[in-house]
Design a protein. Structure first.
Length: 300
C-alpha cells in the first residue's frame, strides 16, 4: 500500500522538475526518493516521469497519478485541520495568491492580524497573473486568490467582490491625448501601447474590447509589472490602459477617461471545500471590507 510520504515524493519531483531538487525539498537523499518513486511505478506498472537530460516531466499516466496524489495529500491535511478545529484550534497551511497590482486590500495588515489570531497556521503567499492564480486555485495549489478580472471571465461561485472600477487611459504629458478629457477606444486603433502580459485580468478586458470593436491592438511592450507600464508610458513609448485607481496613483503620466466604460472587478475567490484556515482568512477579509464601506443611510 502506498504511503503519504511516497505521494509527497512524487508530487515534489513534478513540482521541482527533478529528483535532486525534490530530495532537497523533502529533506531526504536523492537515492531514497528515487527508490520510492520507482516502487510506485512498479506498483502500477507504469512510468510516472520521462527522465530527460534537463528536466523531468510527468507522463500521461503520471499526470493521472499526480492529480489524485495531490487530492489525497490535501484530504489528509484537511483531516488534521478539521480535528484541530474540533478541539478549538485553527492550524494547517494557508496558500494565498494575489495579483501584484492589488490596491483594494491592505494585505500586510490583514496577514498580521491573521497570524496574531492563528499562530499555528503556516501562511504562504505568492503573486501571479489572475489567469494563473485561477488555474492554481482550481488545481488545489491555492486556498484563496485575490484576482482582478473583467465581467467576461467566469470566476468561482465561492467569491467575494472587493472592488469595482472603470479602466482609464494613461499617456505621457507630451502625448496628443494628454489635453483631452475623454478618448474613444477606436482612437487607439494601431496606437503603440504598453501593458501587462496576456494572463493579466486587465489585459483580458483590453483584448476582448479591441476584438469586439474590430480594432488592431498594437501592444509593443508587454511586461509583468504595472510600475514598468507607467515608466514606458511616461517615456512616451506608448499609451496604457489600467484600472482607474492605479492610474490616479501613477506619477509622471496623465490620466484620460475612456468614453466606453470597461469594468475591472477585484475578487477574493476560494475553493468549494475551504479549510478552517481559509474560512478564517475570508472571515477577516469580510470584516475589513465591512469597515471600509460607508454605513447604509436610514430611510426617513
Amino acid at each position: 500500500m502506498l504511503t503519504l510520504r511516497q505521494l509527497e515524493f512524487a508530487v515534489a519531483v513534478a513540482e521541482e522538475g527533478g529528483f535532486t531538487a525534490a530530495a532537497r525539498r523533502c529533506n531526504t537523499v536523492q537515492s531514497a526518493l528515487s527508490h520510492q518513486v520507482a516502487k510506485i511505478e512498479e506498483t502500477f506498472g507504469a512510468r510516472l516521469f520521462e527522465r530527460g537530460t534537463r528536466q523531468v516531466r510527468p507522463t500521461a499516466a503520471g499526470e493521472v497519478f499526480l492529480h489524485n496524489a495531490r487530492q489525497t495529500l490535501r484530504a489528509a491535511e484537511r483531516l488534521h485541520e478539521e480535528m484541530a478545529q474540533a478541539l478549538g484550534t485553527v492550524r494547517g497551511r494557508l496558500a494565498l495568491g494575489q495579483i501584484s497590482s492589488l490596491t483594494t486590500v491592505q494585505l500586510p495588515a490583514l496577514l498580521h492580524q491573521f497570524r496574531s489570531a492563528h499562530a499555528r497556521v503556516d501562511v504562504h503567499l505568492r503573486t501571479a497573473m489572475s489567469e494563473a492564480l485561477l488555474d492554481d486555485l482550481g488545481e488545489g495549489r491555492l486556498d484563496v486568490a485575490l484576482v482582478g478580472v473583467g465581467p467576461q471571465v467566469a470566476v468561482p461561485a465561492q467569491r467575494l467582490l472587493l472592488h469595482e472600477e472603470a479602466l482609464a487611459l494613461i499617456v505621457a504629458p507630451g502625448h496628443r491625448f494628454a489635453a483631452r478629457k475623454r478618448v474613444a477606444l477606436a482612437e487607439l486603433d494601431d496606437e503603440p501601447m504598453a501593458g501587462l502580459v496576456p494572463g493579466a485580468g486587465v489585459r483580458g478586458i483590453i483584448d476582448a474590447a479591441f476584438a469586439q470593436e474590430g480594432l488592431r491592438q498594437r501592444q509593443q511592450y508587454e511586461v509583468t509589472h504595472a510600475d514598468l507600464v507607467r515608466e514606458l508610458v511616461a517615456a512616451n513609448l506608448g499609451v496604457g490602459i489600467v484600472p482607474q485607481t492605479m492610474a490616479g496613483a501613477m506619477r509622471g503620466v496623465v490620466t484620460v477617461a475612456l468614453k466606453e466604460r470597461y469594468r475591472f472587478l477585484t475578487y477574493a475567490v476560494w475553493r468549494p471545500d475551504p479549510s478552517p484556515a481559509a474560512r478564517a482568512f475570508v472571515a477577516l477579509l469580510r470584516a475589513q471590507l465591512a469597515q471600509r464601506r460607508p454605513p447604509a443611510r436610514r430611510s426617513r
